[in-house]
Design a protein around this ligand. Sequence first.
Ligand code: AKB
Length: 314
Amino acid sequence: MSRKALIIGSLGQVGRELSSNLALKLGYENVLSTDVKSDPDYEGRFEILDCLDEPALRDLVQRESITEVYHLAALLSATAEQNIDFAWKLSVNGLFNVLNLAKDGLIEKIFWPSSIAVFGPNTPRHQTPQSTIIEPTTVYGIGKQAGEQWCNYYHKRFGVDVRSVRYPGLIGWKSLPGGGTTDYAVDIFYSALKGERFNCFLNEDTFLPMMHMEDAIRATLAIMEQDASNIKIRNSYNISAMSFSPKTLAEELRKHFPNFEIEYKPDFRQEIASSWPSSIDDAQARTDWGWKEQYGLSELVQNMIENLKLQVQA
Ligand code: AKB
């Protein structure tokens, strides 16, 4: 049977890039993007869908003969702190609705992203192991922790083929993130290109795990293409590419913009960032399904600058 993908939360930072990559792989007609709002400039097949509206979700999946769902809808860490009730409802009820589609035999496979936010201040900070203390202190992290446990439970109890990775901070040039604690690492490029001083909401030595968006999309496609027998972890896999602080990123940017200036004004997001790992051990993903990143810090910075310059010129 041919693959037919539904993406929930297509207008977010990951969704926009995933949908075009999936369309290249599966064919334009085999990818249906959805979100709660529409974007008149969106390229691709699109429908408005609220994943909390279970009958509408079920109806769409049946009408379109969907075989796999990429469930990306979530409020990111900083926004979730301002809207606790909705963040929890979206992260847990939305996931339940999708897991139940697979339990009832309507779809074959699910991708649901977790995050480094699942870890907390009691987790070992450096080279955080796959299996370790999970005591998140953010609303977003608590939602991801619950989601991971539900994925594992649905797999063990009902045989649901759900696959997941813990995304680090994601940096891409095609779309802007919104509401995350790692977003500074995208915003900083726009200031550097405009020749403006950058006000950073984290302090200079806050090391966090980060990844180029292209690598994140490759990981997502790769885990979904694996034979199910290779997916040994059904809560979520650690994946990693690099780790840097605002200061190391600014130093790398100065190789391209020698006059670039940065000022540090930590706000409430500092506490969130300080509760997360600084680097991640992803040996299990490398062993089980061959995960390997393509971008390190210097390649990421070079690639971001080249592409954002082209965008500005266009
Ligand atoms: C955020 O900062 O909230 C996200 C994440 C690490 O999941 N980028």
